[in-house]
Design a protein around this ligand. Structure first.
Ligand code: G4P
Length: 524
């Protein structure tokens, strides 16, 4: 039976986990998938992380450096909800990939190590969520270890992130004595994730709570809970959905505490797929006609097939297998003959997908990041961002005969978002730009492995890159004319100004007041 669009949309929760490395993102992901029945045994996600890395040569980088390069999506069900968990690379050199992925979620779970509090990557990722008004649920992890005082952690979130907190549960015990969570509003206790239902209690002084704590901690717990009730904010759903307040849960992903609380929260009040801004209008998730956009391209998911998968976030309507969609950038029709859903272990053909769902579309280079697919409407989704690269390099090829092949390969890598490519107006060889140095390593490995193109990188004389525009197009043209040697074009043929250093950029910005020098460009 085909699912009704409205009902399907209301069941969907599409989210990402943001965390500083080591806070427990992988462990939590695994536990969430376990609940959804997407995997059978704990340890599989981690094992998968390791195994994938040995599959192909270019993935060697990931193995050697112990970082996750691959972003993927995992779909699972729990009770009435369908969850799409979008995974993001942990290393900051792949930050642009993470930011693009965040453009495709409706909420985020922020994992915080209870002993460490807010760490630098948490802060950075949080800022991106705030820019996009993404509501955040907080999971304070590792309560089974020596941790900070819960009030102190809540205070740090409020101070450092300027975000209101509303603890929904409170930890019963800490470190070695951590033995469950207390639901503040419901007065109910859950010993651990093995317990499906919470046990209602009369209050923190009930026998049930006492039984979970050593005698010398009982009194303090009662006082602490009373204080939490008095001092902390209650949950305000509107404020949460607007991104001003975060509901907070305590737990231990490793020891199976608090994960069920979290998944229930996502189901109960996590936002369903939101309306998406397009260039000419806002698209509601429940509209009949299918619209979607590409936020990620991944090659070599399965090296045996050498395929290229475009990850598409459905924004409205129903994406059905076999349907003809319009690729708005080119105006050409495209047959969606084999859309796929991803689970932890497998991928399966997707017969139908709704707003909030993420499907993989195999293709041979037709789709690129930021593309919009519709049932015919001429709209473009904005908001998959492009960040001005921090590192600019020229690619040096040993064998000059292969220059054309290199050009094509770089073009493809740029379409996948591995690097950005800039072609100077003066005809000199293209410049690659990356946000983090590891992206250059990935580029090098992939050029070697996939295209047999061994390359080296050379310093470019430029170190700063900005997209240029002005309200008056003629002014942009005048600027370009006056700086021919320092202008290049990106993949969309949009002009960028290349400067030797920040000083020369500032100098030009002073002289050309009408020109905007942008560090972020939304794909179009
Ligand atoms: P990440 O993806 O955010 O980088 O973190 P990951 O889940 O890999 O967890 C980092 C380390 O913290 C792992 O230990 C993991 O077992 C541990 N960990 C995660 N959640 C908890 C928790 O709730 N309590 C405790 N005590 N530890 C937790 P590791 O020694 O680095 O790896 P492993 O060899 O144990 O897998």
């Amino acid at each position: 039976m085909a699912e009704d669009i409205e009902q399907a949309v209301s069941r969907r929760r599409t989210f990402a986990i943001i965390a500083h490395p080591d806070a427990g993102k992988t462990t939590l992901t695994e536990k969430l998938l376990l609940f959804g029945g997407a995997i059978q045994l704990a340890g599989e996600v981690k094992a998968k992380k390791d195994r994938i890395q040995t599959r192909s040569d270019w993935m060697k980088i990931e193995r050697e450096r112990g970082i996750s390069v691959v972003t993927s999506v995992m779909t699972f069900e729990y009770e009435d909800n369908v969850f799409n968990l979008l995974d993001t690379p942990g290393h900051e050199d792949f930050a642009d990939d993470t930011y693009r992925t965040l453009s495709a979620v409706d909420s985020a779970v922020m994992v915080i190590d209870a002993a460490k509090g807010i760490e630098p990557r948490t802060l950075k990722l949080f800022e991106v969520c705030r820019l996009r008004d993404i509501p955040i649920i907080t999971f304070i992890n590792k309560m089974d270890r020596e941790s900070r005082d819960p009030f102190e952690i809540l205070d740090e979130i409020e101070q450092k992130l300027a975000l209101d907190t509303a603890p929904i549960t409170w930890p019963i015990g800490r470190g070695k004595t951590f033995s469950g969570t207390y639901h503040l509003a419901l007065n109910a206790v859950r010993k651990g994730d093995a317990e499906k239902d919470r046990t209602p209690v009369n209050g923190p002084d009930s026998n049930r709570v006492a039984g979970l704590l050593p005698e010398n901690e009982r009194e303090a717990f009662i006082e602490e809970l009373e204080l939490a009730r008095e001092a902390c904010r209650p949950l305000d759903i509107d404020s949460f959905r607007e991104g001003h307040l975060t509901p907070v849960y305590f737990g231990s992903a490793l020891r199976n505490y608090g994960v069920r609380d979290l998944i229930e929260a996502l189901g109960a009040f996590g936002p369903p797929p939101r309306a998406q801004e397009a260039d000419t209008r806002k698209v509601e998730a429940t509209e009949e006609k299918m619209t979607s956009f590409v936020f990620k391209i991944q090659a070599n998911m399965d090296p045996n097939h050498r395929d290229r998968i475009a990850f598409v976030r459905v924004c409205s309507g129903k994406l059905e297998r076999g349907m003809k969609a319009k690729l708005v950038r080119t105006g050409k029709p495209m047959s969606l003959s084999a859309p796929q859903f991803f689970f932890a272990r497998t991928r399966v053909t997707a017969d139908e997908a709704f707003a909030g769902d993420v499907v993989g579309i195999p293709n041979h280079g037709t789709l690129r990041i930021g593309d919009t697919l519709t049932e015919g409407e001429e709209i473009l989704f904005r908001g998959v961002p492009n960040f001005a690269p921090e590192i600019l390099r020229r690619v040096r090829l040993g064998d000059a005969m292969k220059a054309k092949k290199l050009k094509e390969a770089l073009h493809q890598m740029a379409e996948e978002g591995v690097v950005q490519l800039f072609s100077p107006e003066d005809g000199s060889p293209a410049i690659v730009g990356v946000v983090g140095a590891l992206q250059l390593d990935v580029l090098k490995e992939r050029l070697n492995f996939e295209y047999t193109l061994p390359v080296e990188f050379e310093m470019s004389r430029f170190s700063v890159c900005r997209w240029i525009s002005a309200d008056d197009k003629a002014e942009t043209l005048r600027f370009i004319e006056a700086h021919r040697g320092d202008i290049a074009r990106d993949l969309d043929n949009d002009p960028v100004f290349l400067a030797q250093h920040a000083f020369s950029l500032n100098y030009e910005a002073e002289r050309w007041k009408a020109i905007r020098f942008a560090t972020i460009k939304d794909y179009q």
